[in-house]
Design a protein around this ligand. Structure first.
Ligand code: AMP
Length: 469
């Protein structure tokens, strides 16, 4: 099958050729002719299958005739995350380079003024995350009654992220006569209900869920203690044991751990930055760009933030936590070993995560072998064990407060070694840091001898027993 046989216009075909695609992927082969005919499509496919081009290519052709009116977009693509929205916008630029369609990206974290200006000029394609789009609708800056094509992408992720009420609200504003393209990697009952409500007589196109990992990926397992600091130590040992790391993505199951881990890695001298949904949009974009361009070596990410991101050529993937959904493991591991290249995937597992591990091994039908980290892991353990006792005793408070899951009030629950410099830094006032010690006399209050109350210098009269009257 060739792209030409799918019925795309010469301008779009030229763009496809320039993108270097030789033949359509299965989802493209099934979806494109149906979208071109104006049919509703229910696509069951995940990222990495080429589904973005599956809907953007025929949309470009369908929108090539007609003009957009101010504030009334002609098509709308809803994405669950800002990164995915930005990525679809990039695809539009690539595939639509020979067509003069206008496009606007409405995502949180970007100034309203700039987005308003674009909307005022009229857009053919509006790519948005649900929350920001509704903000614009409520401010009267965008009207959806001119939308002819609606794409709801990654519907199951929308469900996970609690966006379904927003989606329903948005759909109510769009005319019934629209064409709807609905994509989801899975079809749980809630998503089935939505697709029944939103789609009219859809064609169902489906590509088999990926359940295998590439043969070129060497996957290993590393057992670890369950305490967060133990897992961080294990991760560092793995990283140090690898002398061929070009770059790596480190996946955590929770957003909170993404931040903690990125900070801890940085403190230990690794170039790492976090990527998750609570970060400022500009920071997320900048982090992603520096990782893609090779300026940042380690990206610490949550599944949602990393889902669908097209980052070619990652040498290593690390699972800081075993993913609770076995499919996520396949997704994560799919970041490495692409296009026949060799890739490495390390999974850190605690005893409590054994059940998830088993589910992964059942899905992939492959056993993950234990890694042999050689002397590196041992060295780190030894270094800890041989640490002079005095040094440890000097910070009894931090040691007591150190690693406990529950005590996460402070953002980082770190090892004593990780925690100490930060605590002392935060206590020290700026003026203290700037004040030089007077000659021959150190500043009275240093961080190491913080005095609480009267400290050791309790006046003698206070120590005398109180006489009973
Ligand atoms: P997607 O699943 O849409 O996120 O696409 C995943 C990756 O596949 C992107 O890097 C696309 O550029 C690439 N891609 C999409 N369609 C094709 C194709 N027909 N041939 C080769 N690569 C493709």
């Amino acid at each position: 099958m060739t792209f030409k046989e799918l019925g795309l216009s010469p301008t779009v075909l030229a763009a496809v050729e320039e993108a270097g695609y030789k033949e359509p992927t299965p989802i493209q082969a099934q979806a494109i002719p149906n979208v071109l005919q104006g049919r509703d499509v229910l696509g069951i496919a995940q990222t990495g299958t080429g589904k973005t081009a599956g809907f953007t290519l025929p949309m470009i052709d369908r929108l090539s005739r007609g003009r957009a009116k101010a504030r009334m977009p002609r098509s709308l693509i809803l994405e669950p995350t800002r990164e995915l929205a930005a990525q679809v916008a990039e695809s539009f630029e690539v595939y639509g380079k020979n067509n003069k369609l206008s496009m606007a990206l409405l995502i949180g974290g970007v100034s309203f003024a700039e987005q308003d200006k674009k909307l005022d000029r009229g857009v053919d394609v509006l790519i948005a995350t649900p929350g920001r789009l509704l903000d614009h609708c409520e401010r009267g800056k965008v009207m959806l009654n001119g939308v002819q094509i609606l794409v709801i992408d990654e519907a199951d992720r929308m469900l996970d992220m609690g966006f379904i009420p927003d989606i329903e609200n948005i759909c109510k504003r769009i005319p019934f006569t629209r064409q709807t393209l609905f994509f989801s990697a899975t079809m749980p009952p809630e998503i089935q209900r939505l697709s029944d409500a939103f789609l009219q007589n859809p064609v169902r196109v489906e590509v088999a869920r990926q359940s295998t990992t590439a043969e070129t990926v060497i996957a290993k397992l590393c057992k670890s203690g369950s305490k967060p600091f133990e897992k961080r130590e294990t991760l560092r040992s793995i990283i140090r044991s690898q002398d061929n790391i070009k770059n790596g993505i480190i996946f955590c199951n929770r957003k909170r751990d993404v931040d903690i881990l990125a900070r801890s890695l940085k403190k230990h001298g690794f170039e790492a930055a976090p990527l998750h949904g609570d970060l400022d949009q500009r920071v997320r974009m900048a982090t992603l760009a520096s990782f893609k361009e090779g300026r940042l070596k380690f990206l610490v990410a949550s599944d949602v933030a990393a889902r669908g991101l097209d980052i070619p050529d990652v040498s290593h993937v690390f699972n800081f936590d075993v993913p609770t959904h076995a499919e996520d493991y396949v997704h994560r591991i799919g970041r490495t070993g692409r296009a026949g290249r060799e890739g490495f995937a390390f999974t850190i597992a605690t005893k409590a995560e054994d059940k998830y591990l088993k589910a992964i091994e059942d899905l992939t039908k492959k056993k993950i072998d234990l890694a042999d980290l050689g002397s590196v892991a041992v060295e780190e353990e030894d270094a800890k064990a041989t640490k002079p006792k005095r040094e440890r005793r000097r910070k009894p408070k931090e040691a007591d407060e150190a690693p406990s899951e529950k005590k996460a009030k402070a953002p980082v629950d770190e090892t004593p070694e990780e925690a100490a410099p930060k605590r002392t830094r935060s206590r020290r006032s700026k003026s203290d840091e700037q004040k030089p010690a007077r000659k021959g006399r150190p500043n009275r209050h240093t961080d190491d001898d913080d005095v609480i109350g009267l400290g050791d210098h309790v006046p003698a009269f206070l120590q005398r027993p109180i006489p009973r009257l």
